[in-house]
Design a protein around this ligand. Structure first.
Ligand code: 3H9
Length: 699
């Protein structure tokens, strides 16, 4: 037989079994060319009497990792026909066996479910992660999965989007056999064993049992876990439908809902974030040949909340940590917090009890910086005071071994100025963790003017080792995230001065999808923290502190949740914010003093104003070269500041609104428009187009 599949599919034979190998690196996504190849292979096999069964397998590192996300913006007729390919498999007259390794995800796993049988390597994972892209499994997944695992488990798998390993998948009936040796050999042997089984056991022909309780529980749960999101609601409806209609009807409805979800701004936002996160790892000038250092031991200076949290990241990754404090009491307190945090995880079943001790055994507490001589990376995490940091770095320079990376966790200070006190400024970098540092996924990697490429590349690699999303930024006050936060808070404060209530501002941000508005957030973090940072910044600049009603709240001794009162009241130690009559009075008096006649602001206007402020500051950050791309800013704000991924980050959100509209909003509120933002608006462009043009000019 001549090769009927000249596309991204390789065709071969093992006796009476036809093998179709998908060859579309890096992850065998279902791109144009894959369906054509598979269909041609199946057509040829259907009419060839010497073929008794078909094996479909992925070349390279994985089976199909899903539909090709980049094709979702293509016109419908150009999109690869995944649903049609699976329909062909479902109707195929001979057994088909999907041989899975790596990650069979989304449309890839749906294709496997459309085959008659599935075999897998022990390390394979299968899953339907579409919900993480604001989508739903649109190639039969919502209809086939409940027919195999029941409604409850299907909802768990599809709503969480978390893949499962081969062994649990076999226990659930999703995989028929685990192949211990060579996958292809095992799959061909399996295909031969089932070649004569008739009727073919098609999943689409099985019934799905109704489970109204599970459906109701899922509806309740997604209101909390996926607040404001469209696709999880579709998923629950479709899984329910699988139990009430014949396969073809449910399948048709799934197709309609998939297109609706795919074309929604929510999915566009989440798809943007998927690629933004991956782009952040690509730094012009760095590549695979850039040398990196192995980080085998880490030193952390400071065992406070931040230092302790930072240390845990490395302990979790199996990297030993030496942690330094100035007084035994502080060291004991820090260690105790780390232990308690691990024990709490173990109590919740997230960590094995024996792992608690294993991780603690990797931690060496000390009161002497001299014990850091064997560390490959030392991270300073003491309070924000330039003099203190300079002193620490001078001493570190003397004790750290040659080649060690010296990092500061500063969130505001000039990393270059800190580096300049050492004899090795090229080895100094900012590693800005976000609190709680053991949980938050973001790591701002601050490149100072003399930081070496190797130190930068090592830091990026390390961010992945400890499960963080590292984004490279330049030096300025607050770097990217906090600088935008300052602008946002200042604007929120002005909105209140002009007439909005703090609770209306917070409610607007909640409606946008942020878990907390600026005031609930400041109260939780400690209202005095921003106050002290502003005071220190004003002192550094030799200027008086700008007048702000929020600072007057702090001056009343209302420092947030920790004092039972901040912008809100927290009666009886509660953490639920309650509007405060005292703060209302203070705001009214402040308005009167400033001669401001309060005007009510609508929720839409508050959202427009605050998001426009973020994009405006982001545009300045881009112009100054502090961030490499608008998408990096989106990654920072989504992973570090709770901006909902389904809005795609503040720069993407601004582009979705239309940059002209954003400019108009800024002008309406008397804000100075960043020149880059104005230019893009005039040219009718988006921030994504700006990123693409810049990337092109750099290659
Ligand atoms: C779907 O299937 C819809 C259907 O239900 C219905 C259709 C009708 N498409 O992450 P990595 C690229 S929705 C296009 O760095 P890893 C990625 O951008 C889809 N490109 O590697 C990167 O490119 P670059 C459901 C994709 O080893 C490169 O591959 N499936 C896709 O850390 C390497 O990726 C998913 O949601 C894709 N589907 O992780 C799975 N996937 O080198 C999404 C990856 O230019 N993918 N790329 O930066 C993943 O979760 C991870 O990529 C995976 C590998 C686990 C596969």
């Amino acid at each position: 037989m001549t090769d009927p599949t000249p596309h991204l599919i390789r065709t071969s034979r093992d006796g009476d079994v036809l093998i179709l190998t998908i060859d579309n690196p890096p992850v065998n996504a279902f791109s144009p060319g894959v369906p054509e190849g598979l269909k041609a292979g199946l057509d040829a096999a259907a009419t060839d009497d010497t073929v008794r069964a078909v094996v479909i397998i992925g070349g390279g590192r994985t089976f199909i990792a899903g539909a090709d996300i980049r094709t979702f913006n293509l016109p419908r007729e150009q999109a690869p026909d995944l649903r049609g390919t699976i329909a062909k498999l479902d109707a195929f007259p001979k057994p088909t066996v999907a041989a899975l390794h790596g990650t069979a995800l989304g449309g890839g796993f749906e294709l496997a479910l459309g085959c008659t049988y599935r075999v897998a390597t022990p390390g394979a994972k299968v899953g339907l992660p579409e919900v993480k892209l604001g989508l739903l499994p649109g190639a039969g997944g919502t209809q086939r999965l409940p027919r195999v695992v029941g409604v409850k488990k299907a909802l768990d798998l599809i709503l969480s989007g978390t893949p499962v390993g081969a062994a649990p998948a076999r226990d659930l009936g999703l995989i028929d056999e685990i192949v211990e040796g060579d996958l292809l050999t095992g799959a061909v042997a399996f295909a031969r064993r089932v070649a004569d089984v008739r009727p073919l056991p098609r999943i689409s022909e099985r019934p799905a049992q109704p489970d109204p309780e599970a459906i109701e529980a899922a509806r309740q749960s997604i209101r909390k876990t996926h607040r404001g999101q469209l696709s999880p609601q579709f998923i629950v409806d479709l899984v329910d439908l699988a139990t009430r209609t014949p396969f073809n009807e449910g399948h048709a409805e799934e197709g309609v809902k998939f297109v609706q979800a795919k074309d929604s701004p929510q999915s566009r936002g989440m798809r943007h974030m998927f690629f933004a996160e991956r782009e952040a790892a690509k730094i012009p000038g760095l590549d695979k040949t850039t040398p990196t250092t192995d980080i085998r031991r880490v030193g952390v200076i400071g065992a406070g909340t931040m230092g302790g949290g930072i240390a845990m990241n490395f302990l979790n990754a199996g990297i030993p940590v030496t942690i330094v404090e100035t007084a035994q009491e502080n060291l004991d307190r820090g260690l105790n917090t780390i232990r308690k945090t691990y024990e709490a995880s173990a109590a919740k079943g997230r960590l094995k009890l024996e792992d608690v001790q294993k991780r603690l055994d990797l931690l060496t507490p000390t009161l002497s910086m001299n014990d850091l001589g064997d560390a490959d990376l030392i991270i300073e995490a003491v309070f924000e005071d330039m003099a203190v940091k300079k002193d620490i770095f001078t001493r570190l320079d003397a004790v750290a071994k040659p080649g060690a990376i010296l990092a500061t966790n500063t969130s505001t200070l000039d990393v270059g100025e800190i580096a300049a006190v050492t004899s090795r400024p090229e080895q100094v970098i900012g590693l800005h963790f976000f609190s709680p540092a053991n949980i938050m996924k973001l790591l701002e990697i601050v490149r100072a003017d003399r930081t070496s490429d190797s130190v930068l590349a090592t830091s990026l690699k390390l961010s992945r080792t400890i499960g963080k999303v590292g984004v490279v930024v330049g030096v300025c006050n607050g770097f990217v995230g906090n600088r935008m936060l300052y602008a946002y808070r200042e604007q929120a404060s002005k909105a209140v001065l002009e007439g909005a209530t703090p609770q209306a501002v917070d409610a607007a941000m909640n409606a946008l999808g942020l878990p907390m508005g600026p005031y609930a957030m400041s109260d939780m973090a400690g209202l005095d923290i921003g106050y002290m940072a502003r005071r220190a910044a004003a002192e550094r600049a030799g200027q008086p502190m700008p007048d702000d009603w929020v600072d007057r709240v702090v001056q009343l001794g209302r420092k947030g949740q920790k004092t039972g009162a901040g912008v809100y009241d927290y009666p009886d130690g509660s953490r639920t914010p309650v509007p405060s009559p005292a703060v209302d009075d203070l705001i009214q008096a402040y308005r009167a003093e400033k001669g401001v006649q309060p005007r009510e602001a609508t929720q839409d206007d508050l959202i427009a104003r605050l998001t426009a402020t973020l994009a405006n500051e982001g545009a300045r950050i881009l112009e100054e070269g502090i961030a490499l791309r608008a998408s990096d800013i989106d990654t920072i704000y989504t992973y570090g500041y709770g901006f909902p991924a389904y809005r795609g980050g503040p720069m993407h959100y601004a582009s979705e609104q239309g940059l002209t509209t954003v400019v108009q909003t800024l002008e309406r509120h008397g804000l100075e428009v960043a020149p880059l933002l104005r230019r893009l608006a005039q040219e009718g462009k988006t921030f994504a187009q700006y990123d693409a043009e810049r990337a092109k000019s750099q290659t």
